[in-house]
Write a protein of this length. Structure first.
Length: 531
């Protein structure tokens, strides 16, 4: 049995360390580092000949590695780009609202990068592989990535992960190391966080020990899989070099079964496994790992989907976030409490984190549980039923305080405006997560990701739900609703969603169905919210 089979047959969920090659595999427009630099130079009027002149001048004045060269090119590009922008020689439509972001001291160059990496297009031929990849959401413990784009959080694990941007968030108290995404080189959601210039990397490297500490924290319980990187990638070599200096010789020898490196190789359909020794800092430090060489990522994901984990208690996200005491006689949440009643299907969405030495879990009829433990027992299923069927006579204040506030995540898909319309807006001072959510979901457009917008372009325009093609699968039907929410009357949307839900209660697990319900709720009740 190989090391990779040992991983699959073990009980520990892996950590993914994801590089740009991962996004590039599935997206048409994802450039290499040098392609990005060359294309952006060209955008501001620098010819290819001039680009090579800048590049050769840097090389003639500096004895630098390829990575250091690209950092210096990034520095020069930022300078030239910003000059062109401020002089009015360069502009794209997405940057014309500059009065909104220049006051935040955002570099126009980094603003452009945030726009560029927000508009990648999926490769249609990768659909089957992507479907298998998405199944890994319950087989991955956490993700660390040097990518700026939104492919992981909006396409692969849409609505299922919490995102933490920058090194300073590696030990964010809200993170629980369960399907958390740590974006250590920044993110398009925060243009200032993007790392691309020489100075950016110097600051990043000064704090390199933070990543080493995080890797040590994660690897204690779980293996790490590097994917989307070259085996010679200088970024990874630097990170691993810092990491290795924290380990004893005995610890190093254990890493064969703890660190896996997925190496892309054209036309390789098997998963070729070998023991590999990374030579770091010249020849002085050796890091043993298991290398898997392949171009058959479908087979790789199918293999990983065979994982049947037994997760340590203190790594289980829901259990770390749900337990707080509910006093049934009092609808106000008690911050000193340690118990919470939740639906099974909503465990992954709970946001309140606490650690416990002793844990008890109770099962029983929902009506009995609600009677004894209060509104926290209501989950997304009951809330959607109430939105579509007027099934429950909820006390809106209790529901918002004791159920929705404990379950809602900033990037979740939650219908809340029906209940907000029934209470005073001052309730938001008691519900910070709900407040963050409604600020984040402040328009219909905020419910629809960039990738989803592109998908909707190819769907038909309709006015009535009866026009939705019968041969569409349920997800595609929901997308037709999303595209045509302005054309259709709200009652038609509600009736269609209600009928679909009656026929298939498992729609509660379909993201586009939940998105459609949340948008219906927003359109129907948003303007009736009390102020």
């Amino acid at each position: 049995m190989g090391r990779f089979d040992e991983l699959i047959n073990g009980e520990r969920l892996p950590i993914l360390f994801v590089g740009s090659g991962f996004t590039k595999r599935y997206n048409v427009d994802m450039p290499s580092w040098e392609e990005l630099l060359k294309n952006t130079f060209k955008l501001i009027g620098v010819s290819e000949l001039q680009y090579f002149g800048i590049k050769n001048e840097i090389l003639s004045e500096n004895n630098c590695t390829e990575q250091e060269l690209f950092q210096k090119l990034g520095t020069e590009l930022e300078r030239m780009f910003n000059v062109a922008f401020y002089q009015g020689n360069f502009m794209i439509p997405e940057m014309q609202d500059y009065s909104k972001w220049l006051h935040d001291e955002i570099s126009p160059f980094k603003k452009y990068l945030s726009i560029y990496f927000s508009n990648l297009s999926l490769i249609p031929e990768m659909e089957s592989e992507l479907i298998e990849l998405k199944k890994l959401s319950n087989k991955i413990m956490s993700i660390i990535t040097t990518n700026y784009d939104l492919f992981l959080e909006e396409t692969v694990f849409s609505g299922q992960c919490d995102v933490f941007i920058g090194q300073n968030n590696l030990f964010n108290p809200d993170a629980v190391n369960v399907l958390d995404v740590y974006k250590i080189h920044g993110c398009v959601k925060d243009a200032k966080s993007i790392i691309i210039t020489e100075n950016d990397y110097k600051k990043f490297n000064r704090n390199g020990k933070l990543i080493s500490a995080k890797l040590l924290t994660l690897i204690t319980e779980n293996p790490i899989i590097f994917i989307g990187y070259s085996i010679s990638d200088e970024n990874i070599l630097k990170i691993l070099s810092d990491f290795v200096t924290c380990l004893s010789e005995e610890d190093l020898q254990k890493l064969f079964s703890h660190i896996y490196f997925i190496q892309f190789k054209e036309n390789e359909n098997e998963l070729l496994e070998e023991q590999y020794i990374f030579k770091l800092d010249g020849e002085s430090v050796h890091l043993p790992l298991t290398k898997i060489t392949t171009n058959n990522y479908l087979k790789l994901y199918q293999k990983l989907n065979q994982l049947v984990p037994s997760v340590p208690l203190d790594y289980i996200k829901p259990l770390k976030r749900i337990f707080k005491h509910i006093i049934t006689q009092n609808s106000t949440p008690n911050p000193e409490s340690d118990t919470l009643l939740v639906d099974y299907e909503f465990l992954q969405d709970i946001q309140k984190a606490n650690d416990f030495k002793k844990v008890a879990i109770a099962f029983g009829p929902k009506t009995s549980m609600i009677e004894n433990f209060g509104y926290s027992g209501y989950g997304i299923k009951e809330i959607i039923e109430d939105i579509l069927f007027e099934k429950y006579n909820f006390n809106a204040e209790k529901l918002l305080l004791n159920s929705i506030e404990t379950k809602i995540a900033i990037n979740s898909l939650f219908p809340v405006h029906k209940y907000l319309s029934q209470v005073d807006s001052s309730i938001l001072e008691q519900t910070p997560k709900l407040k963050n959510y409604i600020n984040y979901r402040s328009s219909v457009e905020s419910f629809i990701s960039t990738q989803l917008k592109r998908d909707l372009k190819y769907l038909p325009e309709i006015k009535y739900s009866t026009e939705i093609p019968d041969d569409y699968n349920i997800t595609k039907r929901m997308k037709v609703i999303l595209k045509n929410h302005k054309n259709m009357c709200l009652e038609d949307i509600r009736n269609y969603l209600a009928n679909q839900f009656k026929e298939n209660p498992m729609l509660i697990k379909n993201s586009e169905f939940k998105r459609a319900v949340a948008i219906y709720d927003y359109l129907k009740y948003k303007n009736t919210t009390n102020g």
